[in-house]
Structures are given as C-alpha cells and as structure tokens.
Design a protein around this ligand. Sequence first.
Ligand SMILES: Nc1nc2c(ncn2[C@@H]2O[C@H](COP(=O)(O)OP(=O)(O)OP(=O)(O)O)[C@@H](O)[C@H]2O)c(=O)[nH]1
Ligand SMILES: [Mg+2]
Ligand SMILES: [Zn+2]
Length: 295
Amino acid sequence: MVKGEDGHVYQARLKGKFKIKEITSTNPIAVGDEVVFEMEDEAENRTIITELTPRRNYVNRISPANRRQHHIIASNLDQSLLIATIKDPRTSVGFIDRFLVTCEAFHIPAIVVFNKSDLHEEYETALYEDRKAMYEKVGYKVLLTSVEEKEGLEELKEVLYGKTTLISGHSGVGKSSLINAILEGANIRTMEVSDWSGKGMHTTTFAEMHDMPEGGKIIDTPGMREFAIADISKDELSHYFPEMKLRLNDCQFNNCMHINEPGCAIKQAVVDGEIHEERYVSYCTILDSIEDKKW
Ligand SMILES: Nc1nc2c(ncn2[C@@H]2O[C@H](COP(=O)(O)OP(=O)(O)OP(=O)(O)O)[C@@H](O)[C@H]2O)c(=O)[nH]1
Ligand SMILES: [Mg+2]
Ligand SMILES: [Zn+2]
C-alpha cells in the first residue's frame, strides 16, 4: 500500500526490475520508503512503483528465513522505540541490547518502553527499576507504560509527537495496543486476551505506518522472536555501546577487543561497577555471534 501526496491510499506493485536489483535484502521496499508511483488501473485503485527515493536511513536485521540476507525493518526514521516487557512475555537484556546496538550503528535515537506495568508485583518492580537505571545510565530514555491502566501514555505521546517512529519488540508486548491507545479511532487488530499463550502467535503480520492527527507517524511492526544483528564487524561493536565508546582510548591496546587483553579499561570499568555486568555480557555474546567476513 502506498499513500499519495493527495492523502489517498493505493494498492501498489513493484515494477519488475526492483525484484532483481537489490539481492542482499529480502524486501526491496520497506515501510517508510518514499517512492514514485504511476497509476496502473484507476478503477481498481492499482498503481506501479517505478522508483525508490534514496533512504535517509533504515534499520535492518539478518533475515530469520535466510541468514545470508538481511531484512529491512523500516526506513526514513527519526527514532525507534523498543517495547519491552518484564513479564508476559519476558524481554531479555540481550534482545534489547541487540536492538540498541543496531540503532546506534544506524545513528537512530532509541527509546526503551516497558509496557504492562500493571502486571508488576514486587519482583517485577525491582527488576524494572534495575533495567531503568542501567539504560538511563548509558543515555537511553526509559518509559513505563500500561495500556490496561493508562499509565505513561501522555509521556509516550509527547515522545512520538511530530516524528517518524519505528515501534518494535517481541510479539505480545503490546505494540499495537499502545498505538491504539494513543491514536483514538485507530482500531488496529490486537491479540484477544483469551488467545494469549505467551508463544508463537503474531497478531500484526505486516508493518504498517499510521499518521498521528497531531503530526507524526508511527510504524507498527510484527513481533520479532529474535533480533540478529546484520552488517556490524567485531572491531566496531564496542563503538555501539555508548558506555564503552567513551572509554575506548583508555585501553592499553588500540585494537583491544575487551576480552582478555591486558590493560583493558572496559573490563576494569565492569569490575569497578561503572559498566553494568549484563551489558558487558551482551557485548561478549554479540561479539561471539558475529561472523567476521574479513579473513
Ligand atoms: N496486562 C496488560 N496487557 C496488555 C497491555 N498492553 C497490551 N496488553 C495485552 O497483550 C496482548 C498482546 O497485545 P498486542 O498489542 O496484540 O501485542 P503486539 O506487540 O502488537 O503483538 P504482535 O502484533 O503479535 O507483534 C493483548 O491481549 C493485549 O490486550 C498492558 O499494558 N497490560
Ligand atoms: Mg501487533
Ligand atoms: Zn579493552
């Protein structure tokens, strides 16, 4: 679907050449792309996309279907919001960090939103406070919301106002519910409460951009089970952890990978409690997962 400058929504298909041109991506056109299109069949509201305007930026990941290709999640973004939950489902720090690293690499400001605060009891509240402190310390904005109890929605609205925002996260964290709560009358399909099994079901099946009446665009996406980082090499990874980036010059070796080199300022900062251990574990896990193509 494309939206014209006239505000109308049209059915669109790609001109043949698009399908072969960009073979490294599973989707030649992503939500957020700006395109040129021509009317193909006015009566049936069908158009043809003839040109893709160069992307200002985008977020991608390794395609879950084909590890040799990447999948463009969305393009031309001002910011991205990761919707996480402490409970039902649980979002791991590893998942959050892989998403944040990707946003850093593409220079897209990221915000972490913890939804379903109404489910928090003592244990979850403590865990949330810990996560919040951990991410705020490295410079990320953290919000707490509940669609159920209408908590934090005004603050969320303020963050979204006037910007193009990607909303991502696991399936079932409440991405579509949050967007519905913010856009009166949006009526996006969400999971029936009775259907909630905690696993394997996706209610949103394709990415869709919604206009905010006050200005701004929100992109709802299908839940991701995994987030595998694409296009980042081992030696640049630490640059995408803000708390590591600012200490890189303090390592004894300028090619330090911060694993077992002597005089490593990063490991020292972990020992001193200045870098959160869980963030360092994420770094090591991601480093391990990157296949270096250089040799
Ligand atoms: N308790 C509670 N439940 C919520 C909250 N927000 C959403 N839910 C419920 O969580 C379930 C999943 O919500 P969705 O909005 O469909 O989740 P989604 O992230 O869009 O999921 P996908 O489209 O599959 O990626 C639904 O049953 C919602 O009613 C919340 O703040 N508190
Ligand atoms: Mg959804
Ligand atoms: Zn080091």
